[in-house]
Design a protein around this ligand. Structure first.
Ligand code: NAD
Length: 416
């Protein structure tokens, strides 16, 4: 299945949930496809004086529960099918955390590493000139994703406001704070993951202060998970962490803040004093209470699922576990906190940003944290109740919660 086109995977995941829920055929067919999609060419003047034509996309997958929401990816491999799949997953993600938004996604096929800052700005503005009329706080709200940044969001917001002729900060989220960004966006993904880990530990009767943990992928999400684990749980010992260059392990524990500093200074976790090297593969198989896959998709497969010894796997990365592995982990009693629930903290704080922009009144950091905690805890409870009631693994339970919510909204609107 991992070789399949990502949109076919997204459809297959929906099909499984639809069958389990006994969804009627019309609703099922409606949810298998994007409601609307745009493809456009973007002529951009390069610094050399030549004009280059880029291909851009925006998919509005389903708006039954509210305006569509989802990031913009700038990537050489971007295709309409990856954007469709990601837009479908955003639909389920916003539904599982019960925020009043639908799912969307966009992208540009390009290699941002080859673009100057000025070329990036012209590409950002061209994107908004092409599709801006279809965006808006009540229609569709983009955000940063792979290789797009708060600065790119700022240029896009400026272009949109210039076209519309009025202030409209909520058209895009992930903005810099002086332009209407929210407090708490930076660590929101990992923080949301920690709130659901806290709930899972309670159910498993594990003392959070005594937990051990390991992080695969010491990037944005992984570094915040490393430092927030002891902060939110009141304790815990990090035994290992890794990045693309390798990993480090210490049975006595690693200070997460010192490791972040080392990574900033040297570009990698490798070589951190007082630790032994560990491969990425061995890290996944460590005996820890909580494993945080925070790097890539497809790292836990049928080939290593039998050897995973963590009690809880909190998926901050998208798609780290293959469908075959999911079944094995479930049979072995490993508690998986599935990606689109566990990493939904980012989109939830993006939603808070949109709410604050609409009020034109901004929340304090403790207010953002309290609201995020409530949403994540409620999402965990709904998914766990579904998991128990139907004896299905947590990912299927999360799909069932999300799909039933979107299906209900479609029905109430009289679409099906
Ligand atoms: P990032 O680029 O900041 O970090 C990725 C880390 O993974 C880097 O440290 C990199 O060295 C490491 N890595 C790369 N290849 C690896 C390998 N083969 N083995 C081990 N480590 C490897 O990215 P990020 O923003 O932290 O995102 C990580 C994952 O989390 C992605 O799947 C992303 O889609 C998901 N995610 C992130 C957010 C967010 O807000 N940052 C939100 C939702 C989902």
């Amino acid at each position: 299945m991992s070789d399949m086109n990502p949109f076919k995977i997204a459809q297959a995941q929906l099909d499984e949930a639809a069958a389990k829920l006994g969804l009627d055929p019309a609703t099922h067919e409606l949810l298998r496809w994007p409601m609307r999609e745009y493809r456009f060419t973007l002529p951009v003047k390069m610094d050399s004086g030549e004009t280059k034509i880029f291909h851009g996309y925006r998919v509005q997958y389903n708006a039954a529960r509210g305006p569509t929401k989802g990031g913009l990816r700038w990537h050489p491999d971007e295709t309409i099918d990856t954007v469709r799949a990601l837009a479908a997953w955003m639909t389920w993600k916003t539904a599982v955390v019960d925020i009043p938004l639908g799912g969307g996604k966009g992208g540009v096929t390009c290699n941002p590493k080859e673009l100057s800052e000025a070329e990036k700005e012209r590409l950002a503005r061209a994107y908004i000139r092409a599709v801006g009329r279809e965006l808006g706080v009540h229609r569709d709200v983009p955000a940063p994703d792979v290789y797009t940044t708060p600065q790119i969001m700022a240029w896009m917001m400026d272009e949109y406001e210039t076209i519309m002729g009025h202030s409209h900060p909520g058209v895009i989220t992930g903005k810099p704070i002086p332009l209407g960004g929210s407090q708490g966006r930076g660590d929101a993904t990992a923080r949301g993951g920690l709130y659901v880990v806290r709930e899972a530990l309670k159910l498993r009767n594990l003392d959070p202060k005594k937990t051990t943990y390991a992080i695969q992928g010491f990037g944005n999400a992984g570094q915040f998970a490393a430092t927030l684990h002891p902060e939110i749980l009141g304790g815990g010992t990090m035994l290992a962490a890794s990045d693309s260059r390798g990993g480090v392990f210490s049975a006595g524990g690693i200070d997460p803040h010192a490791l972040v500093k080392h990574k900033l200074e040297t570009g990698s976790v490798v070589g951190y004093p007082g630790t032994k090297p560990i491969t990425n593969e061995a890290l996944l198989e460590l005996e820890v209470d909580v494993l945080y896959p925070s790097a890539l998709e497809g790292v836990i497969t049928k080939n290593n699922a039998e050897r995973i010894k963590a009690k809880i796997s909190c998926e901050l990365a998208n798609g780290p576990t293959t469908p075959d592995a999911d079944k094995i982990l479930h049979q072995r009693g490993i508690f998986v906190l599935p990606d689109f629930m566990a990493n939904a903290g980012g989109v939830t704080v993006s939603y808070f940003e949109q709410v604050q922009n609409t009020y034109n009144y901004y929340w304090s950091l403790p207010d953002v944290h309290a609201q995020l905690d409530r949403r994540m805890t409620e999402a965990f409870k709904a998914v766990h109740d579904m998991h128990k009631a139907n004896n299905v693994h947590m990912r299927l339970a999360a799909y069932m919660v999300a799909v039933s919510r979107v299906a209900e909204a479609c029905k109430l609107r009289g679409w099906v």
